[in-house]
Design a binder for this molecule. Structure first.
Ligand SMILES: [Fe+2]
Length: 163
């Protein structure tokens, strides 16, 4: 496991068809099954940079309110810090294999509650409390070179970091 600080790219181009899928995804943040159905229609179009021992964050769409969609390209072994999320967070695996460790915050600190592995076509969804950035505390580790689609109700980098 290699915890790293990922670089964010904002110059990703999308076709009109791709933009339509992205808009529909953002409008569906409160509807898990719709997010999954739309993600199956998503075609990775970008030349998402490879980040050795880390992952790249490629922003495809961002609204004035901060909601955003990104694709992450993961090197095998790359790991995020333990972090929280805005109210809605959705991750869909496009390629590869991602391990997700979920934590609960207690008076004694963080407690690991669950470890799951998500493969191509599988997803993770969390609906939490509005205006908070410590929802769905977790860590993601790529068990293989991977590509994933992420939809958030606000700037994911505002998520509370626990490291
Ligand atoms: Fe996350």
């Amino acid at each position: 496991m290699n915890v790293c600080s990922a670089k964010t790219y904002t110059d990703c181009q999308q076709s009109d068809a791709g933009k339509n899928v992205l808009s529909a995804l953002l409008e569906s943040l409160a509807d898990e099954s719709r997010l999954v159905a739309l993600s199956a229609l998503f075609e990775p179009e970008g030349d998402y940079p490879h980040a050795p021992h880390c992952y790249s964050r490629n922003i495809l769409l961002r609204t004035d309110s901060g909601a955003e969609i990104m694709v992450a390209r993961w090197d095998q072994g790359a790991s995020t810090p333990i972090h929280g999320h805005p109210q809605f967070a959705f991750v869909y695996v496009l390629q590869g294999q991602l391990q997700m460790e979920h934590y609960r915050e207690t008076d004694q600190g963080l407690v690991l509650t669950e470890t799951v592995i998500k493969r191509k076509g599988q997803h993770s969804y969390a609906a939490g409390i509005a205006k908070r950035f410590d929802n769905a505390i977790h860590r993601v580790t790529a068990l293989a070179p991977s590509l994933s689609l992420h939809v958030y109700s606000d700037d994911a980098l505002k998520g509370k970091s626990f490291l």
